[in-house]
Ligand binder design. Structure first.
Ligand code: SF4
Ligand code: SF4
Length: 112
């Protein structure tokens, strides 16, 4: 079992989650983060830290595409363990739904 980052993180990227992960398994894309499912120890401490409620356990239904996306991009993007400033327009995107198709970027972020 693992936790996964989902749609709500796209363009929010508050990064509160990275500071609490005991195994540093968050990876940074241009406008969202993902969790590496092979490294996540399923402790759950990141879930309540996310202001966008973007982090969910993979036991929730309908998350197959997010598990796949987290796995795929965790292997391409740089590791991130330190919080930086959220994007200036993060709050505007926080409650927008279904951002994957229109807002997701496969480009890597800067990492630590
Ligand atoms: S705290 Fe939530 S919105 Fe922020 S980067 Fe982590 S998963 Fe994304
Ligand atoms: S559940 Fe624990 S190990 Fe997994 S990403 Fe969150 S904080 Fe890290």
């Amino acid at each position: 079992m693992t936790y996964v980052v989902t749609d709500a993180c796209i363009r929010c990227k508050y990064m509160d989650c990275v500071e609490v992960c005991p195994v540093d398994c968050f990876y940074e894309g241009e406008n969202m983060l993902v969790i590496n499912p092979s490294e996540c120890i399923d402790c759950g401490v990141c879930e309540p830290e996310c202001p966008a409620e973007a982090i969910l356990p993979d036991t929730d239904s309908g998350l197959e595409k997010w598990i796949e996306l987290n796995n795929e991009f965790a292997n391409q993007w740089p590791n991130i363990t330190r919080k930086r400033e959220a994007p200036a327009d993060a709050d505007q995107w926080k409650d927008v739904k279904n951002k994957l198709e229109t807002e997701f970027s496969p480009e890597p972020g800067q990492g630590d």
